[in-house]
Design a binder for this molecule. Structure first.
Ligand code: GTP
Ligand code: MG
Length: 174
């Protein structure tokens, strides 16, 4: 049994970016409350939630999550949320090539203006809609590798890979 002094407790500011409707708020709701909302409303400005994740080695990570609004009118606010962030999740929808283009825009913006040691994840969400897939896993994987990000496909609806996403981020923390 390890004492408190043996365990490490991390805290990280995390931001989610991506086109409106890709499922950012649903990913957060799934991770924080274990729920899915098929009638999820568009986010206005941004919303804040936190969740602590316990890892196998008794490390805990408290995620302080900024879920940003993807609608174009809010784009100028994004720096308020990604500034000082230790991790970013850039989300697209596997059925929407436009949303994959938008994800690449956010990656470039983070590379230009985010902190250089930021952990970045590229997330293809709505993996349950694979019958309507238009963005290939391979294309996204290769893009992620070229940009030093890790790549994962998730479904906020079925919960597929949602915990894994946050665990992968936690593992990469310095
Ligand atoms: P903004 O707040 O406008 O930036 O959008 P958002 O990225 O937060 O999208 P939101 O999480 O509100 O989800 C948009 C729609 O997609 C909702 O109708 C969700 O129910 C649906 N949705 C989200 N995730 C999934 C998923 O994994 N699978 C399916 N099938 N639908 C999803
Ligand atoms: Mg939202």
């Amino acid at each position: 049994v390890s004492s408190d002094t043996d365990s490490k407790n991390f805290r990280v500011k995390l931001v989610l970016l991506g086109d409106s409707g890709v499922g950012k708020s649903c990913i957060v709701l799934r991770f924080v409350r274990g729920q899915f909302d098929p009638t999820s409303k568009v986010t206005v400005g941004a919303s804040f939630l936190s969740q602590t994740l316990a890892l196998e080695d008794s490390t805990t990570v408290k995620f302080e999550i900024w879920d940003t609004a993807g609608q174009e009118r809010y784009a100028a606010l994004a720096p308020l949320y990604y500034r000082g962030a230790g991790a970013a999740i850039v989300v697209y929808d596997i059925t929407s090539p436009e949303s994959f283009n938008k994800a690449q825009y956010w990656v470039k913006e983070l590379q230009k203006h985010g902190s250089p040691d930021m952990i970045m994840a590229l997330v293809g969400n709505k993996a349950d809609l694979h019958e309507n897939r238009t963005v290939s896993s391979q294309e996204a994987q290769e893009y992620a590798e070229r940009n030093s990000m890790f790549f994962i496909e998730t479904s906020a609806k079925t919960a597929d890979n949602i915990n894994q996403l946050f665990e992968e981020i936690a593992k990469r923390l310095p």
